[in-house]
Write a protein that binds this ligand. Structure first.
Ligand SMILES: [Fe+2]
Length: 262
């Protein structure tokens, strides 16, 4: 993927705390387009987020690890409940005020998606943009992969992200790749200073906003170094083009392995 895109964006990420980039040239290959269609199919079948059924938000989540010394990526197994349900747990500590110190468990990605070479390529491309203390790289890097769809069909409804305010994730790096956007009003991304975390969009001083933009075409992307910036995506409402409003994105976060036995 790097040969298509040229120079690494890692230096820019380290300097400014966020980067915008575009992986759409990947889709020029017929094989990749086929793989992209499989990802679209996964989004078409996403289950409703069980933690807020009024948020018009659909999602799946799975986890993997990268071994930095071999650059290998492996998916981690699902958790199977006693009644046979497959789940994957997610924990953000104190970083999501809506679910403070709570574990959430989501449906995992399908096996077909986990085997999708385009998804693995994207995961490894993002990883190449991250930067770590060299000691950290003697342990696996944990990768969280969220498929999140915001969808509304009612002109009075709004699909909102969680948390629905400017925030930091608590994960050192997060990347966002648009999969689909159609007939959407809103869904605007914001990058702001770290001090803006916890505030509503309208409470932020203009000089604390670094950039505000929309992701419009497939695999248009951005990434953040979490401690250097805060971020937000505004709610999605129905546009005027007819049909439903849909904004689908793949969110990928990278967390070091920390050994701490109290
Ligand atoms: Fe976030």
């Amino acid at each position: 993927m790097k040969t298509v895109l040229g120079k690494s964006k890692a230096a820019a990420l380290e300097e400014t705390g966020y980067i915008r980039f575009d992986l759409s040239s990947e889709l020029e290959h017929p094989g990749s387009m086929e793989q992209f269609r499989q990802l679209l199919q996964e989004f078409a079948e996403l289950p409703l987020d069980p933690y807020n059924k009024k948020a018009h938000r659909y999602r799946r989540y799975s986890r993997g690890i990268i071994l930095p010394w071999t650059k290998e990526f492996h998916w981690l197994p699902n958790y199977q409940t006693s009644d046979g349900e497959q789940l994957c747990e997610y924990f953000q500590g104190t970083y999501n005020a809506e679910y403070n110190e709570e574990y959430r468990a989501f449906s995992p990605l399908s096996e077909a998606t986990k085997q999708n070479p385009l998804l693995t390529k994207i995961i490894m491309y993002d990883y190449e943009q991250t930067f770590w203390d060299r000691r950290t790289l003697t342990m696996p890097i944990h990768v969280g992969v969220h498929f999140v769809k915001m969808l509304v069909s009612d002109p009075h409804a709004e699909s909102v992200a969680s948390p629905d305010h400017v925030h930091q994730d608590g994960e050192p790096f997060t990347f966002c790749h648009l999969v689909e956007r159609s007939n959407v009003l809103g869904g605007t991304n914001l990058i702001a200073t770290p001090e803006s975390a916890g505030k509503k969009r309208e409470e932020i001083k203009p000089d604390h906003i670094l950039e505000e933009f929309e992701l419009n075409h497939p695999l248009e992307s951005y990434g953040v170094c979490d401690r250097m910036v805060s971020h937000y995506v505004s709610g999605v409402r129905l546009g005027t083009d007819g049909g439903v409003a849909v904004r689908s994105a793949i969110l990928i976060d990278y967390v070091p392995t920390v050994i701490s036995i109290p």
